[in-house]
Ligand binder design. Structure first.
Ligand SMILES: [Zn+2]
Ligand SMILES: [Zn+2]
Length: 146
């Protein structure tokens, strides 16, 4: 709890109870899972019973802007949030058919970023790159209408 408050302060954010609860929840989430705002809301209301979903969204977006929380557009209208851990950088492979989200090695992100920089002078936002496509299982499924 104290740690979360200090982190918020270091980013110039007031340590409101919503921010502290959401940040701690994402910091302590098991297995570095990325949760939807709805899942975060369901967990947070155990501590803050009156909390509504709109406030959860607003708070998460604020934490994202402050660089404390990563936002992943996982396709299928699913946005997931996670604590930004500088020691666990990674990219994501998001299946646009079944919604499965996998992690991939950050070194691949770095390689892509370097190539893009060289060829296009483009600076890729590397801290949490989400790629969309089809997972292995969905590719081998007999092709229905896609
Ligand atoms: Zn899939
Ligand atoms: Zn992630």
């Amino acid at each position: 709890m104290q740690e979360c408050k200090a982190v918020l302060k270091s980013r110039g954010l007031r340590a409101t109870s919503q921010r502290v609860v959401l940040l701690r929840l994402l910091l302590e989430v098991e297995g570095h899972r990325h949760l939807t705002a709805q899942e975060i809301h369901d967990r947070a209301t155990e501590t803050l019973p009156g909390l509504n979903l709109a406030t959860v969204y607003r708070t998460l977006e604020g934490l994202n802007e402050a660089g404390l929380v990563d936002r992943l557009d996982a396709g299928l209208d699913q946005v997931r949030y996670s604590y930004r851990d500088p020691d666990h950088r990674h990219g994501h492979l998001c299946c646009s058919s079944c919604g499965k989200v996998d992690e991939f090695d950050y070194r691949l992100v770095v390689r892509l970023a370097e190539e893009l920089k060289q060829r296009h002078g483009f600076q890729l936002a590397t801290h949490h790159l989400g790629l969309s496509g089809l997972c292995k299982t969905c590719q081998s499924r007999p092709s229905e209408e896609k």
